[in-house]
Design a protein around this ligand. Sequence first.
Ligand code: G6P
Length: 614
Amino acid sequence: MCGIVGYIGDREAYPIMIKGLQRLEYRGYDSAGVALISKSGQLNVYKKKGKVSELSAFASTHDRSGSIGIGHTRWATHGEPNDVNSHPHFSQSGDLVLIHNGIIENYASIKAGLEKRGHAFLSQTDTEVLAHLIEDIMVHENMKLGHAVQAALRQVIGAYAIVVMHRNDPETLVAAKKGSPMVIGVGSDDYFVASDASPIIEYTKNVVYLEDEQVAILRKGQELKIRNLKDKEITPYVQKLTLELESIEKGGYDHFMLKEIYEQPRSVMDSMRGRLLSAEGEIKLGGIVDHEKKFEKARRIIFVACGTSWHAGLVGEYLFEELARIPVEVEYASEFRYRNPIIYPEDIVIAISQSGETADTLAAIELAKSKGATVLGICNVVGSSIARATHGGSYTHAGPEIGVASTKAFTAQVTVLTLMALHMSRVRGTLPESRYRQLLYEMEAIPSKIDEVLKLNDQLKEIAFTNKDSRNALYLGRGVCFPVALEGALKLKEISYIHAEGYPAAEMKHGPIALIDEEMPVFVIATKGNSYEKVVSNIQEVKARKGRITAVVTSGDKEVKGMSDHVIEIPETDELLAPLVAVIPLQLLSYHIAVMRGCNVDQPRNLAKSVTVE
Ligand code: G6P
């Protein structure tokens, strides 16, 4: 969840650190820090609670010179966010500094051992223990930095991505990872290292993704050396980055979230590009062709995911059951992994994850694999840990998502799930050809329908204004739009800190109805479909209790208009595809409400984009 950046070469390291940390801030923003070794051999470490901007303001009056450095932006796990607990952390002598993303689970026992040997610790973090341990090994076992890192990591239980630097060896950075991502940028005569490629792309497109339990030695002007923890030398596999700089910049929008909402006509199209061939009546999903036989006989599909991706899984449940007639279960990865679930080899487990790094989802994958299930992934980040850990799958191709509240990743996930379900309906012969073709054509029309909804922005701003001071909100939907209600509520609470709940509309009378009064905004997805009349009745129930109704309806709807305070008319589409269109106004509403309340939309408090701890 934390962001890591490092540099060694001939350039000034500090600007690379700060710019890199700003790009990585979506990973955590409780505190930030940098360490630099100046030309005169001075080790300068600056750490500040709060955002990267506070760190750079502080550092601006201090020595920032040096062409070797490491930087970190933190999402606190052990120890509250304050200057002391911020990274980089020092070793006992203060000569070695280390940044870390992850959790050292056995840090307490390592710490106790070190304390017996006279080590004293400044912070409450697990990370500081590792800095001490590495130095202890260097001193007592007379090892160089790289070997000491290997030896220390052999003792560690947990997840980590670390970068280490030593005052007495200002030409070397050592990086290692297990369970947390790390990418090395290979420049002409220099090296970059970071949690993802965003701090690197403007300097080099040649990158090496470090694998678990690998340790990289980055020496200025020398070849990249990688060894595993057993000291076996690994030949680095240098890949070309396809990421473009403009895709990770705001491009004129006030916030990444708004940019990403507006990107959806294109990102949904990109998710279908080359896969949906409506004229031929074909769907091509290269990453799952080898598993089609499995789907033919599949006993069950289990989706595992967290957060917004879990909501996409719920939409997937409706799609796969309706179209491909396969029973589906949707599991929170964090619950699944600890529940001793019953998994059969004939089961297909599909992990859904934007980042491809979510720790609980990764652990769920390992569990499912150990029970012999086929495990597929639906990920956005190419080359991510989940993409690599699964037997196959499909990328969503939505492009980098930087706003912490997920938007375009959700619609891209639902798009891929729809294509998968439709394709499997073919493989299993569960859908009449005419219905299959009809849905293919409808899918093609979705990007332009999303575009239509985006034109409602001014109206949505007005509705946002009337709801911005609410303390609670209720979101209702039925069928395939029930997960949209959940997602609408999640967006609102994530970025505006208004308490919100999503409910299946008919369940409202079993509890939430008690909350309804004239103060309570109720957002209802009431688009045309099988349960339309039922939802209309639910709206009546809210109205009878003076709830303030905003309804998302199919264009031209008159009935709901008559009973609602506001209606948002969205273009008609097939009922099964409605989530792709109906979620858009809810994203925009949350965005505007959060902006009007003065909230930090792209970096909501306490949240992180990529949750690499359990
Ligand atoms: C965090 C993010 C959410 C995201 C969830 C799952 O909580 O803030 O936006 O939905 O993690 O992340 P994933 O990358 O696995 O989709």
